[in-house]
Design a binder for this molecule. Structure first.
Ligand code: FAD
Length: 438
């Protein structure tokens, strides 16, 4: 009998185990809690929600809502339990936290094909199939073993990310394309600030409210990579001589060099998403919105990923993983969940589902499958396996990860409705063609 070991009974590990077990495969799921604790979990239950009890929007014209609907159609255990333990939360799918994780735990415990072993895994097993789903707080001996497997440079312990915005929401009547000193192609978007605007931005950053660290002691990780608000605090000109330096950038709208320039760098292969260079930040999400409004060209920018600075262990998936979740260099080892560079409860669930479904297919003698790029699951897996590896950062589901429709629909609401309709049709066809559902 083929051995399948899943490391970690979080959202991804529970989903992956369930998908395999439902397809008739015997799974051993290792979960170290409650014997060994993490820095964030509070219980011994599987699939514990470590912070918010919301799985975000329930509306399919929102990326998070679409992802959940796709998971529902794929018979996801996590979404089934979330629906079962839903609590009123307006347009969001929020759950009774304890009831939800208890429900997942019971479903896994009573599954005849799953054995749960409450034990810490200290190294990647040398034999058999393995799904590593140990989450963003992976550390200790297992982290060292993963580091060895992936090579040191490809395993990060800290996520210091700047906000990411959609290209279509940038006001190009104020911003312009250029590279500094016109070197190479004009790959950056540049947003100009005159002295007054620059000073207002610095003053705002100095007093803006910051996130409280989610994990005690988390701030100690901030040393190597300075948040933009800390740079602002160091002195009035620190930013204009640092990431906002204007030299070598002439504004074609005015014909002159500006007092300061915020640069936006390409964030995905499709060039639909851009990150603010040097703007890694601990500001609250509300304050990040206000900050954007102070940058000419970004007044109405749509933020698809907020800046964060927190502990988050993840691998460099674009170099290491195939779109089915398996490793390029070790076919028997899969990664799933937030450790792959997806970000969020439902994204971690989706990644667990992809790994579980595909490993089951391999064991059944079928080809692994790539979910269609037009779906939220496919877009997410496409991002983590094809993004620019150098600056790879974890990502929530968002419309920028899904190919646009042609001809372009101008109204956002109609556009998102059309994208959601296409995604769900493509998902249904895909599930049927590949005999994936139920
Ligand atoms: C503090 C914090 C707050 C967050 N808040 C939110 C939020 O509000 N909304 C949101 O969408 N996302 C949030 N996230 C991000 C992410 O969605 C969650 O971390 C999510 O739980 C990730 O799912 P996962 O299955 O990858 O990992 P986890 O759910 O963390 O599961 C990993 C499991 O592996 C176990 N494990 C780890 N190491 C070992 C080992 N060596 N041996 C055996 N078992 C092991 C752990 O005990 C854990 O049960 C947060 C993350 C953190 C760290």
């Amino acid at each position: 009998m083929t051995s399948i070991k899943v490391i970690g009974g979080g959202l991804a590990g529970a989903e992956a185990s369930y998908q395999l077990a439902e397809r008739g495969h015997k799974v051993t799921l290792f979960e170290m809690r409650p014997k060994v604790e993490t820095k964030a979990h509070q219980t011994g239950d599987l699939a514990e929600l470590v912070c918010s009890n919301s799985l975000r929007s329930a509306d399919v014209t929102n990326g998070a809502g679409l992802l959940k609907e796709e998971l529902r159609r794929c018979d996801s255990l996590i979404i089934r339990m979330a629906d079962l333990h839903r609590v009123p939360a307006g347009g969001a799918l929020a759950v009774d936290r304890l009831g939800f994780s208890r429900g997942v735990t019971e479903a896994i415990e009573k599954h005849p094909n799953i054995e749960i072993i409450r034990e810490e895994i200290k190294e990647i097993p040398q034999e058999g199939y393995v799904i590593v789903a140990s989450g963003p707080l992976t550390e200790g001996a297992l982290a060292e073993s993963i580091q060895e497997l992936c090579s040191e440079d490809y395993f990060h312990f800290f996520d210091a990310a700047a906000p990411v915005v959609t290209l279509e929401s940038v006001n190009m009547d104020k911003a312009w394309w250029a590279s500094r000193y016109d070197k190479g192609d004009a790959d950056y978007i540049n947003c100009p600030l005159n002295q007054e605007e620059y000073e207002a931005l610095v003053a705002f950053l100095i007093q803006a409210e910051k996130h409280k660290p989610e994990i005690e002691g988390e701030e100690q990780y901030f040393e190597g990579c300075m948040p933009v608000e800390e740079m602002a605090r160091r002195g009035a000109q620190t930013l204009s001589f640092g990431p906002l330096k204007p030299v070598g950038l002439v504004n074609p709208h005015t014909g002159k060099e500006e007092h300061a320039v915020v640069q936006l760098r390409i964030d995905n292969k499709e060039r639909t998403l851009f990150n603010l260079v040097g703007f890694q930040t601990s500001l609250t999400f509300g304050e990040q919105k206000k900050m954007m409004a102070l940058i000419p060209g970004l007044e109405n920018a749509e933020i698809v990923r907020y800046g964060v600075m927190h502990q988050n262990s993840y691998i460099k998936s674009p170099l290491l993983l195939n779109p089915d979740g398996s490793m390029k260099n070790h076919e028997r080892i899969y990664f799933a969940g937030q450790i792959t560079g997806v970000e969020g409860y439902i994204e971690s669930t989706a990644s667990g589902l992809v790994a579980g479904v595909n490993l089951a297919r391999i064991l059944d003698g079928d080809e692994p499958v790539c979910f269609p790029k037009t779906t939220a699951i496919g877009g997410l897996m496409g991002y983590i396996t094809e993004a620019e590896a150098k600056d790879f950062q974890p990502m929530h589901i968002n419309w920028g990860l899904i190919p646009k429709m042609m001809p372009k629909i101008r109204k956002k609401k109609l556009r998102n409705e059309a994208l959601a309709k296409r995604a769900l049709e493509d998902m249904d066809n895909f599930l049927q063609e590949n005999r994936i559902r139920g």
